[in-house]
Design a protein around this ligand. Structure first.
Ligand code: HEM
Length: 132
């Protein structure tokens, strides 16, 4: 059977909805999605963090009020998600760097699983210190 070399390997038709079709997604696809979600979450957190730091200009009482507000469990869950996203995104970034500039492309799937395990362990340690 001959291979049609003119046919594009990536479809250019409007198939954006395939992003949400998880059936054919492999480890590399999941790694990419998780990395993007974590990266965007960190951008969102950084924006909120800068806004919150603006409270420092409103005096000591405003800052203490804000610190009291952070005892809220929803904020604590948010803190946990930021740390989990940071750990995963940082470790996965190293994996991407190694695969891009090093010679670990063939092992990238195995390294992704190591990144996942380390991220879960690191997040669990943080969760223990935060919630227990
Ligand atoms: C430990 C530090 C970090 C490392 C090693 C790292 C590494 C990387 C790498 C290698 C990529 C490219 C991913 C790809 O080519 O598929 C990336 C993407 C990105 N990073 Fe980071 N990053 C770090 C910290 C951050 C922080 C602190 C933020 C946000 C404040 C951030 C936000 C993003 C975003 C939004 C993307 C684009 C994701 C995408 O287009 O899929 N990163 N990062």
């Amino acid at each position: 059977m001959s291979v049609d070399t003119k046919k594009p390997t990536v479809s250019t038709s409007s198939n954006w909805w395939k992003w949400f079709d998880f059936r054919a997604r492999k480890a590399g696809g999941w790694a990419f999605i998780l990395n993007r979600i974590a990266g965007l979450a960190l951008v969102l957190y950084l924006s909120m963090h800068l806004v919150v730091l603006g409270r420092l200009t409103q005096g000591e009482q405003a800052w203490h009020d804000f610190l009291a507000f952070t005892e809220n469990p929803i904020i604590k869950i948010g803190e946990f998600l930021v740390i989990a996203a940071g750990i995963f995104h940082g470790l996965n970034g190293i994996r991407i760097g190694l695969a891009t500039f090093g010679n670990s492309a063939a092992q990238q799937k195995a390294i992704f699983y190591v990144v996942l395990v380390l991220s879960i362990l690191g997040s669990a340690v943080f969760a223990y210190r935060l919630f227990i």
